[in-house]
Write a protein that binds this ligand. Structure first.
Ligand code: ATP
Ligand code: ZN
Length: 285
């Protein structure tokens, strides 16, 4: 079987998490010194290390079959490729930011303003949808310094914590797009390539599911068992095991990260004791 060619960012914000995702999927790779490409040791995958901006084009052309790239880059480049899975890392937003001294009430205040960005297509679309004319000035990097040097009135750039904006005397006023890393693919994969991609997606989904859930163990007096179980969803139904102390049972379940604290507080209030919470490596349903 041929190998599937997967593009990931050569260095930058998506690199570490992309490598970690492969590792969590039990795919072993040795990264050589030149870091142009490498072959997985135990999975039919060849990894190509590229600049993130080039990945959509390589995917459309079939130079790479699948790739990890930010949704922001993918939507800006508008290549004929398909998103297969969101990956839950590289989270950020594409936002408009203005100098702190700019008096801003609403988006109409941006009428006729000069906006520096590396995302001209997405910014143009945003303003067109709002019927606001603005002048878009495309620059490829260090967008946040543009207002300070008189190049633009405001900017549209990627933000995660907001500290870069703050350091440059800017404040975020509108969000154009919420972004995260996605796995995208070429549109014309053959049967063998689809088989490998689906095997990889199967593993990625198991890892993602595990990350969003916790394994929880608690001891419960038997008379409270029924009530406690009503608070525990579990994947199918909670496991109940007897304890040496015959008046109590051990209850095991899986709880979604988002509901976790609410559930634990309820359990404690109604009599659960010795609550243990463990990470889960993979969930295969
Ligand atoms: P390359 O050298 O590959 O072109 P780059 O400098 O364009 O790298 P990075 O800054 O490494 O790109 O960002 C890669 C991706 O990480 C972004 O396209 C975005 O999807 C994501 N990302 C997450 N948080 C941020 C952030 N605060 N700023 C910029 N990108 C972010
Ligand atoms: Zn880039």
């Amino acid at each position: 079987m041929d190998k599937l060619k997967m593009a990931i960012q050569k260095s930058g914000r998506l690199y570490e998490d992309s490598i970690k995702l492969l590792k969590d999927c039990s795919i072993e790779i040795n990264i050589g010194i030149d870091k142009l490409k490498t072959t997985a040791l135990n999975f039919p995958l060849e990894i190509l290390f590229l600049r993130d901006d080039d990945i959509p084009q390589y995917l459309e052309d079939g130079v790479a079959d699948i790739g990890i790239v930010g949704k922001n880059v993918l939507l800006e480049k508008r290549k004929k490729i398909k998103i297969k899975e969101t990956l839950g890392f590289g989270k950020c937003r594409l936002s408009i930011a203005i100098p702190k001294t700019f008096k801003y009430k609403n988006i109409k205040n941006l009428y006729g303003k000069k906006i520096a960005t590396s995302y001209p297509f997405l910014v143009k679309k945003f303003f067109e949808e709002k019927y606001i004319e603005a002048e878009i000035h495309e620059i490829s990097g260090a967008v946040e310094i543009a207002p300070g040097i008189g190049l633009a009135d405001c900017i549209c750039d990627l933000v995660s914590s907001g500290s870069t904006l703050f350091m440059n005397g800017l404040k975020e006023v509108e969000t154009i797009l919420e972004s995260e890393a996605v796995l995208a693919s070429n549109l014309h994969l053959d049967k063998d390539q689809l088989i490998i991609m689906n095997k990889l997606l199967f593993r990625i989904r198991a890892v993602k599911k595990a990350k969003n859930n916790k394994y929880i163990l608690l001891n419960v007096p038997n008379e409270r068992l029924k009530k406690i179980i009503s608070y525990l969803p579990g994947i199918t139904s909670p496991v109940i095991l007897p304890l040496a102390n015959s008046k109590c049972s051990s209850v095991h379940s899986v709880v979604n990260e988002n509901d976790f604290w609410g559930i634990v507080e309820n359990l404690k209030t109604i009599g659960a004791q010795d609550i243990l919470v463990l990470p889960i490596e993979k969930i295969i349903l």
